[in-house]
Ligand binder design. Structure first.
Ligand SMILES: Cc1ncc(COP(=O)(O)O)c(C=O)c1O
Length: 474
């Protein structure tokens, strides 16, 4: 009943009377309009601290909205601290709302030089963080957490999360997981740091890495004292058939090579495992976006082939948010024992016990699966729009790595990468050059750019797509 653009004002007829003006314009949902209207009413002092809000059903009826819209808007405002809610009693304006007329917001900082359109790879749309689900799971986790959860936690992480991850990873990614072999980390990069420590203590000096990959991980391994020889990546993925005894470990992105997007060929998967078995080496699998697949059968975790030689690393950075710093590792028993030797005073875990319990709740309640499915639909739609727009407006550009993930690679005529990046910067568009990811010791590769289509919020997406097409068709 709301038009795409327009303003409506209503008063509630049942329970507390509440006048709200909802401005619903193109691209902004009704829930956002309702949340804004409530926030404005509180900020302006029209809704005083302690004011009881109408029941969700009553407000929904009065405004002609779905009740879930009102429930979600209330939950968001509770999460932000504007409202308070207690089970069994009504929702009220918080006694100390985040800002009042006497406590004006500081002036907005002057706009600095950040890009207007952000298509950087490796990032999800953080506006898609499931605030209401997270809030509900936090309530449940707080209600059921034992007191000891608020003490110094175990290095491996909370048992509830390790058990929930073991179930989820076995079901969704084909990982052979036992909760005893799960270690909770502060993101995948922290897991890699822990593994680098284990390898160094074992006397390993070198870990092979893909010839194109994340420079952050290369730096992290180098800083830990490892040599990181490059292993060529071709259209079948990393050349694991070239691994020798000169390295004691290898880092791979088998499900979706970063950034080229190739899935590691079955023979290359077998070669990696065979190398580990014959040399005693360790395969480290970075499964950073394995849940985001679109056009093909899921590529299961490499770890499933040999859990005693492969470490599986995963992260909540893509499906939820990188700001959480939550990731996990499923490792062979000896590796886990070297990270956590079971001593009674091993030092605290690095991630908050409460956040671990919330993630455990999301996983076991099915909310994490719903989040992944929802994000997958959104990102797949964007990917389709991107591919269609490029075919029409920049047909000379090659498109690679579209079957999965949150980014794709656009190949360019030789020698044009720097020019395209300059033009993008000029137009306020942030993308990454393919050469940024190339190992400094690797042979030169094709020119290209890596485009992260998950990064913008829904409202910023079409502008970013337009800017990209403009730059590439020029
Ligand atoms: C290849 C790759 N691995 C892992 C990650 C996730 O790292 P983290 O869990 O530390 O946020 C990213 C994020 O961009 C990535 O691009």
């Amino acid at each position: 009943m709301w038009s795409n653009s327009g303003m409506s004002s209503r008063s509630t007829s049942a329970g507390a009377d509440l006048h709200l003006e909802l401005t619903v314009d193109h691209g902004r949902g009704v829930r956002v309009a309702l949340t804004d209207a409530l926030r404005d009413a509180i900020r302006s002092g029209r809704l005083a601290p302690g004011t009881r809000l109408p029941a969700t059903r009553a407000l929904a009826t009065d405004l002609g909205l779905a009740r879930t819209t009102v429930v979600e808007a209330y939950a968001e405002l509770v999460a932000e601290g504007w409202l308070t809610a207690r089970r069994g009693s009504s929702t009220r304006v918080a006694e100390r709302a985040p800002a009042t007329p006497r406590d004006p917001l500081p002036p907005a900082p002057p706009r600095t030089s950040g890009p207007r359109h952000d298509l950087m790879p490796g990032r999800p749309d953080v506006a898609g963080f499931p605030r209401a689900e997270w809030l509900r799971a936090t309530r449940r986790a707080l209600a059921s957490a034992p007191d000891e959860a608020f003490g110094y936690g175990a290095v491996r992480g909370r048992p509830e999360l390790r058990a929930a991850l073991a179930d989820y990873l076995a079901r969704a990614r084909g990982v052979r997981a036992d909760p005893e072999r799960v270690v909770v980390c502060a993101g995948m990069s922290h897991g890699l740091t822990l593994l680098a420590g284990v390898l160094r203590r074992r006397g390993v000096r070198a870990m092979a890495v893909e010839s194109v990959g994340l420079h952050i991980h290369r730096n992290l391994l180098r800083d830990a004292g490892l040599r990181i020889p490059p292993m060529e990546v071709d259209e079948l993925g990393a050349r694991t058939d070239t691994l020798g005894r000169d390295v004691g470990a290898v880092l791979l992105t088998p499900a979706h090579q970063f950034p080229t997007g190739v899935a590691l060929d079955p023979a290359r998967r077998a070669a990696a495992v065979e190398w580990a078995r014959t040399t005693g080496g360790l395969v480290v699998e970075d499964d950073y976006d394995g849940e985001f697949r679109y056009d093909r059968q899921p590529v299961g975790a490499l770890q499933g082939l040999d859990p005693d030689h492969v470490v599986h690393l995963g992260t909540a950075s893509k499906a939820l948010a990188p700001g959480l710093r939550l990731g996990w590792m499923v490792a062979p028993a000896d590796v886990v024992a070297e990270i956590d030797d079971g001593s009674p005073d091993p030092g605290p875990s690095v991630t908050s016990a409460l956040e671990q319990l919330v993630l455990a709740d999301l996983l076991s309640s099915g909310a994490y699966d719903r989040q992944v499915r929802g994000r997958r639909r959104t990102y797949m739609r964007r990917r389709d729009q991107l591919v269609a727009a490029l075919a029409q407006r920049a047909p000379h550009v090659g498109v690679r790595g579209l079957a999965a993930g949150l980014h794709l690679v656009l190949t360019l005529p030789d020698g044009t990468e720097a020019d395209v990046l300059r033009s993008a910067a000029w137009h306020g568009l942030a993308v990454e050059g393919l050469s940024t990811f190339r190992h400094p010791g690797a042979a030169p590769g094709p020119a290209g750019i890596v485009v992260g289509y998950a990064t913008p919020s829904d409202s910023a997406w079409s502008g970013a797509l337009e800017a990209l097409c403009g730059v590439l068709s020029a």
